[in-house]
Design a protein around this ligand. Structure first.
Ligand code: FE2
Length: 422
């Protein structure tokens, strides 16, 4: 067999054993051979010289409709979630199809260069024209030959805060959104919040979609919609199709309640997404000292065997004005604020931006380095996952569906103690 592309002498990433050098052959966009010494030729060959080969990064939570708008029409001076929602409310009156598509495409290219080939984005469907949703659905199809995008219909302003919002949410699913979202802690009352979670599950069943709810993204220790999500997942037995994003209030619950809840979560088997970069800055704003870290109980969830991934959430928008989209930056922050600095814990954080996130997105059939899977992988300059997070370089190569879509030459630094540096 002749291959379209062969990567020679790459080390497949492992977490507990020393990886061995292999050749990987690609044909028609699929991985068709993994061997210690592949004899056949290829149209294109690359010698990886023992570099690390990993499945690509997965961005499990981002808002592509608002990326790259920081400062428009004004900066978020309080740094709070709620000022961010107000600013976005003003900015989104000016959005157009081109505006959203251009910014989102710029971001997707930036993400691909950094090794991300699977993205779950939320689209704000509280805006009556559903422009953001339309733009992201069109883009999802336009980039599918190099990037897999999932779109969540996200009712940013709540499902019941305005009479039209529930209708818009359902319309978004009819238009083709991949998942249905909610924001129960931002509904007008606790009762509306509970009702909104139940409605999300009803819509997911009616349209056969995944669920990803912004859940308890607040420091209020009385915000307890996670238990409602867990209960619905237990009753419907669809926990693996359900994601609770953020759940920052879980970090503020008393331990007696958290312990009880953890047992329910194990029964529910829902997925969790924490967004450490943004929540370390958004949360704790009303605290004096000590200030809370603003993330959910990532370490405890992981220790209890629940599926946790990390997302970026926002890049240069009203809620988070920094960021480049790098999942290694996200994992690096997660390592720090979740107290995950042990060797095994750092490796777990790498898995939270790769395989765990793939499980959350339900893309496991097309994810991973194995014969028959799509030929999508990244080549890293570092020795292992631990160093990848510590150093946070861009991948040397990014291969998507059999084609090299990005390559980055590492920066080199000259040093001279005599000052004769060029
Ligand atoms: Fe979010």
């Amino acid at each position: 067999m002749t291959y379209d592309l062969v990567l020679r002498r790459g080390r497949l990433i492992t977490f507990d054993t020393e990886s061995e050098s292999v050749d990987i052959g690609f044909k028609d966009g699929l991985i068709t051979a993994i061997s210690a010494d592949l004899k056949e030729s290829a149209d294109q060959e690359l010698d990886l010289n023992e570099k690390l080969v990993s499945p690509p990064f997965v961005e499990s939570h981002i808002h592509l409709d608002s990326v790259l708008t920081a400062g428009q029409p004004r900066w978020n001076e309080s740094g709070t979630l709620f000022e961010g929602i107000k600013i976005w409310g003003d900015r989104k009156r000016e959005i157009s199809l081109e505006d959203v598509k251009n910014r989102a495409l710029t971001m997707l290219k930036q993400q691909a260069a950094q090794g991300i080939l699977f993205v779950r984005t939320h689209a704000d469907v509280s805006e009556p024209q559903l422009i953001a949703l339309q733009a992201l659905l069109e883009l999802r199809d336009e980039v599918k030959h190099w990037m897999t995008v999932q779109v969540v219909a996200f009712p940013q302003d709540g499902i019941y805060s305005d009479s039209q919002n529930e209708i818009l949410l359902e319309k978004a699913l009819e238009m083709g959104a991949d998942a249905v979202g909610g924001i129960p802690h931002y509904e007008l009352t606790r009762e509306d919040g509970v009702r909104s979670v139940k409605r999300v599950f009803e819509l997911a069943a009616k349209y056969n979609r995944l669920i990803d709810i912004h859940c308890d993204e607040i420091d209020d220790e009385q915000s307890r919609f996670l238990e409602v999500v867990a209960a619905e997942a237990i009753h419907t037995q669809i926990g693996n199709r359900v994601t609770a994003s953020h759940t920052t209030a879980f970090g503020s619950y008393n331990n007696a309640y958290a312990y009880k809840l953890m047992g329910f979560l194990q029964r529910a088997q829902i997925n969790f997404i924490a967004n450490p970069l943004i929540n370390i800055t958004l949360q704790g704003r009303a605290d004096s000292y000590p200030k809370r870290r603003g993330v959910t109980r990532v370490k405890e969830l992981w220790q209890h065997g629940l599926n946790v991934s990390f997302g970026h959430d926002c890049v240069q928008d009203p809620w988070y004005s920094l960021g480049t989209g790098s999942m290694l930056d996200v994992a690096h922050m997660g390592v720090h604020i979740c107290h995950m600095t042990g060797r095994e814990e750092v490796n777990a954080c790498y898995q939270m931006v790769t395989q765990n996130a793939a499980k959350t997105l339900h893309i496991e059939d097309k994810y991973g380095i194995a014969i028959g899977k799509p030929a999508s992988l990244i080549v890293l300059n570092e020795r292992d996952a631990y160093d990848a997070i510590r150093i946070r370089n861009q991948p040397r190569y990014v291969v998507s569906q059999g084609k090299i879509v990005a390559s980055t030459i590492p920066a080199t630094t000259s040093f001279s103690s005599t000052g004769n540096c060029i």
